[in-house]
Design a binder for this molecule. Structure first.
Ligand SMILES: Nc1ncnc2c1ncn2[C@@H]1O[C@H](COP(=O)(O)OP(=O)(O)OP(=O)(O)O)[C@@H](O)[C@H]1O
Ligand SMILES: [Mg+2]
Length: 365
């Protein structure tokens, strides 16, 4: 059965979570994988909640493209642990139904996706700092080296998410760097794209990072922490969409966030760049403060910035691009932005700069 507004409305009515009386539903999901609806009381639209339902396939592609429904169970467990370790940084979960593959959660009414806010020039370094705090807190609290054997076994079991992890492995670390029918890039980039794919030193480093992604077991990782997985209202910040969570290399989350701010830095108007750079600095500072003093921080940074480099490249060479860049209509301008972002991404992988050297690296690309 395909979920529709009517199905979502009847489902919520049955739970009684919005009380008695008629309900209305609208689809709010602009995502690719799942159905997302807002259900409200007809006579009091402020009483509402969000329904997220995972069909056994990729929503936008249809039943010919099967995808494990276990993704929603993983998301429910991720949101549960985040609510415990970092309350206030994620929407509250109201109910998880493993049989129907449904999560009911707090409606982040008045919030919008961070990427859209950034594109509108609403750039609050406090938001990036909040995501940094969220990551540092949850990574620190779930670290393998400080967990008991029993706790560690539990994390590995709860966040065993091989199908989703292998999608990331393929679409981030593998396909973009080979010939693949899912890849696409802006016309005018053929030469630099071919150069990236044939750069042996770069490819060796990306293979190393792919192995780290697939094998490292450090902490609970959100797994998809780009600026489309964060919702904001002014400086209020919430992280959503934990279906790619796994027990893995914590730098992967930091890298995802950094990559998306870095792509924004290249894509956006000059006037936005100071605040975007401040955001990058604020997120890493907040990460360090919440993770706490540790000799590991230096290596986490190094690996994060390398993951960020790969993620920048895959957003230009691979299947999934970012709206910040896609919205540049002038092809020559888009090509120029992407060329700089590719140059930067490559150097981040090959020769990761220290935090204080990142601004100069950005400008010189
Ligand atoms: N708790 C919430 N409150 C308000 N809006 C929400 C909430 N959760 C999700 N949304 C809206 O629904 C959209 C899709 O949500 P989400 O990213 O969780 O779905 P998805 O199908 O997993 O997406 P993707 O294909 O990007 O993985 C979000 O971009 C946001 O606009
Ligand atoms: Mg998702």
């Amino acid at each position: 059965m395909n979920w529709t507004c009517g199905v979502a409305r009847d489902y919520v009515a049955e739970t009684g979570l919005l009380g008695e009386g008629p309900l209305v539903a609208e689809e709010v999901g602009d995502g690719n994988l799942n159905f997302v609806f807002r259900v409200c009381r007809e006579n009091d639209l402020r009483r509402s909640l969000i329904v997220k339902q995972a069909p056994p396939y990729i929503k936008v592609l249809g039943p010919d493209y099967p995808l494990t429904q276990q993704r929603l169970a993983v998301e429910a467990r991720a949101m549960a642990i985040y609510n415990k370790l970092a309350p206030g940084f994620v929407p509250r979960t109201l109910k998880f139904d493993a049989d129907a593959h449904v999560i009911l959660m707090e409606d982040l009414r008045g919030y919008r996706i961070l990427r859209s806010a950034l594109m509108d020039g609403e750039i609050e370094p406090e938001v990036a700092a909040a995501v940094g705090t969220f990551m540092g807190t949850t990574h620190r609290a779930t670290l393998a080296e400080t967990a008991s054997a029993q706790q560690l076994a539990r994390y590995r079991q709860d966040f065993h998410n091989p199908e989703m992890q292998s999608i990331t492995s393929e679409y981030v670390f593998t396909k973009p760097f080979q010939q693949d029918p899912t890849n696409r890039h802006t016309e005018g980039l053929d030469a630099i794209v071919a150069d990236v794919r044939s750069d042996a030193a770069l490819q060796a480093e990306i293979q190393h990072l792919r192995r780290r992604f697939n094998e490292a077991q450090q902490g609970v990782v959100h797994g998809d922490l780009h600026t489309g997985s964060v919702m904001v209202k002014g400086r209020e910040t919430r992280v959503i969409d934990g279906e790619f969570a796994f027990y893995g290399p914590i730098a992967f989350d930091v890298g995802a966030l950094l990559a998306n701010y870095l792509l924004a830095w290249y894509a956006h108007a000059e006037a936005d760049r100071v605040a975007l750079l401040q955001s990058i600095e604020a997120s890493w500072n907040a990460y360090g403060l919440s993770f706490g003093p540790s000799p590991q921080l230096q290596s986490i940074w190094r690996e994060s910035i390398q993951f960020a480099g790969v993620k920048m490249l895959r957003r230009i060479l691979g299947a999934a691009h970012v709206e910040d860049i896609e919205s540049i209509e002038d092809v020559a301008e888009r090509c120029a932005v992407e060329t700089r972002a590719i140059t930067c991404g490559r150097t981040l992988v090959i020769d990761p700069p220290r935090p204080e050297d990142l601004p100069a690296r950005l400008v010189s690309a």
